[in-house]
Design a protein around this ligand. Structure first.
Ligand code: JAH
Length: 279
């Protein structure tokens, strides 16, 4: 797959040369093209921002450089989907990552300041599919870190990128948002030594009883999901798994309560019990 990234900070994407994604790029399984937006800032000062109409704090990214950049990048390399990280976008999920991993080409547009003039996305929509996507309910200083997060989630799902295809399928949230672990987060994992600082690995994991191990892992996943993700656990209890990745219907958005400290019970009034004492 080919991934184009348009940004005023091309250096931000050095990490794409590292680790799993870096190796996939070396093999040519992913082709990254990082573009400096200022190449299309055609005024003498190469300016990319201006003051907001209507007043208010901060600056807004000017439409002209973005229009030129998107025209130029879209003109080469085949049809593409445009992805614009934004705190007001639709939530990025495992299911979306799996969908994106099946696309031949993605173009990411990284905003900075207070965002990009809204006409840029409007205009782009007349030529290509466009998703405004949020990686979580917090505000960054720009879309760049969100693009690193999304490319990592997408890249590890590409055929041949992850060593063991099963490890993606078994992940928290499942490789494609389907399957037995969908809507559950994973429980604890262990490796050697069997006893470390007096702490033993749960004996069932050494039993060789594969059915018992699968049951223990499923129970652990349920316990951790109840403790840390009452929103997911409530959906499970309501008998609607396979929802991770599904954008919540309007008015159905998950509204998780306060974070639950590890090992603590879920908030009173939650439909779900937290970790029982002694477990
Ligand atoms: C902030 C442009 N959902 C995370 C997220 C994504 C993008 C941005 N913030 C948060 C952002 C400033 C300018 C994009």
């Amino acid at each position: 797959m080919r991934i184009d990234i348009i940004t005023i900070f091309p250096e931000y994407f050095g990490p794409l040369e590292v680790s799993l994604i870096g190796k996939a790029a070396q093999r040519g399984d992913i082709v990254f093209r990082v573009h400096d937006l200022r190449n299309w800032a055609l005024d003498v000062h190469h300016s990319v921002d201006d003051t907001p109409y209507g007043g208010g704090p901060g600056m807004v990214m000017k439409p002209e450089p973005w229009g030129e950049a998107l025209d130029a990048v879209a003109a080469v390399g085949g049809p593409a989907r445009l992805v614009v990280p934004s705190p007001s976008g639709r939530p990025f999920t495992q299911r979306m990552a799996a969908g994106y991993a099946r696309e031949p080409r993605l173009v990411f547009a990284c905003g900075r300041y207070e965002g990009i003039d809204a006409r840029v996305v409007e205009d782009a929509r007349s030529r290509m599919p466009v998703d405004e996507v949020s990686i979580g309910d917090y505000v960054l200083a720009g879309g760049e870190p969100a693009v690193l997060v999304m490319t990592e989630a997408i890249g590890r799902l590409l055929p041949g990128v992850l060593g063991n295809a099963q490890s993606a399928a078994d992940d928290s949230f499942g490789g494609d948002g389907e399957g037995p672990m969908a809507a559950l987060i994973e429980g604890p994992v262990y490796t050697r030594p069997r006893v470390w600082r007096g702490r033993e690995v749960p004996p069932v994991l050494l039993s060789g009883d594969h059915a018992a191990i699968a049951r223990w892992r499923h129970d652990s996943a349920l316990r951790v999901t109840a403790a840390n993700r009452p929103d997911l656990a409530a959906r499970l209890a309501a008998g609607q798994p396979a929802a991770p990745g599904q954008p919540a219907a309007p008015g159905q958005a998950a509204a998780p309560g306060q974070p639950v400290p590890p090992g603590q019970a879920a908030a009173p009034g939650s439909a779900i019990r937290g970790t029982p004492p002694g477990e």
